[in-house]
Design a binder for this molecule. Structure first.
Ligand SMILES: [Zn+2]
Length: 252
């Protein structure tokens, strides 16, 4: 059991949200009860996620995608009303960390994804250094895009969309989890053979074909499943909290 203020302070110390220019508020987004015994982590503060956290007896829910984003019109209607009502009804704290959770050098989405894919980080690139560059830990190469796609499929249980040359050894990889297709150009500039992210948009297919760099869209959710539970498990251990990660599947 810990005070909510202690939990927030600890998370801010670890994730340092003040260092980021983000698309929404980091930290406490919806205030609930002042003491926390059980922390539930998840990817997105969807209604299903909040329902699952309530059912699990959570005092606080820690997610990567919170409720509030730049560009929203601020009305509490429809899905927003339902999610907020459920949080408030159960006095459940909602904590969200977006870019700080992508960026953390040990617990973040990118490093945790790289770990699962067996990649060692050698460099960081792009806006706010959210792009990660590296290679296979054992120094070996992927024989071609098919081998890399199979490796991703086996690890993330999701078949990636590949655009780029049909063959060619892949030694150096760049990656940025989630909707980071916009990092492809800085990944190309960083000299990678292949770039892994969650989503693809129309322009990236052309860049991949024209620059000869492989682009693999591996799922926004699938690539961002690992940071929140890593951070939550870490703070739970530090503060003596119970922790449970709940994965609400998302095909996107
Ligand atoms: Zn995301």
């Amino acid at each position: 059991m810990t005070e909510l203020t202690q939990l927030l302070q600890t998370l801010d110390q670890i994730l340092q949200p003040s260092k980021f220019k983000d698309y929404g508020p980091n930290g406490l987004q919806v205030e609930g009860r002042p003491q926390v015994r059980k922390l539930v982590s998840g990817v997105t503060a969807s209604l299903a996620m909040i329902e699952a956290a309530v059912a699990a007896g959570a005092d606080a829910l820690l997610v990567h995608h919170g409720l509030f984003w730049r560009g929203q019109d601020g009305r509490v209607t429809g899905w927003m009303k339902k999610r907020l009502a459920l949080l408030l009804e159960h006095d459940l704290n909602l904590l969200a960390y977006h870019l700080p959770l992508d960026a953390h050098p040990e617990l973040g989405n990118n490093v945790q994804l790289g770990k699962r894919l067996g990649l060692t980080v050698t460099w960081r690139f792009g806006d706010q250094e959210l792009g990660f560059k590296g290679q296979r830990a054992e120094g070996t190469v992927f024989s071609g895009p098919q081998a890399l796609a199979e490796h991703v499929q086996k690890t993330l249980h999701k078949t990636p969309v590949h655009v780029g040359p049909a063959k060619g050894e892949i030694r150096t990889l760049g990656w940025c989890t989630g909707g980071a297709q916009g990092y492809f150009e800085s990944a190309i500039a960083a000299g990678v053979d292949a770039f892994i992210t969650g989503e693809i948009s129309e322009p990236q297919a052309h860049y991949a074909r024209e620059c000869g760099v492989h682009f693999l869209a591996c799922g926004h959710h699938a690539t961002e499943r690992y940071g929140a539970p890593a951070v939550a498990a870490h703070v739970a251990e530090l503060l003596g909290l119970e922790h449970e990660f709940i994965d609400i599947d998302n095909p996107a």
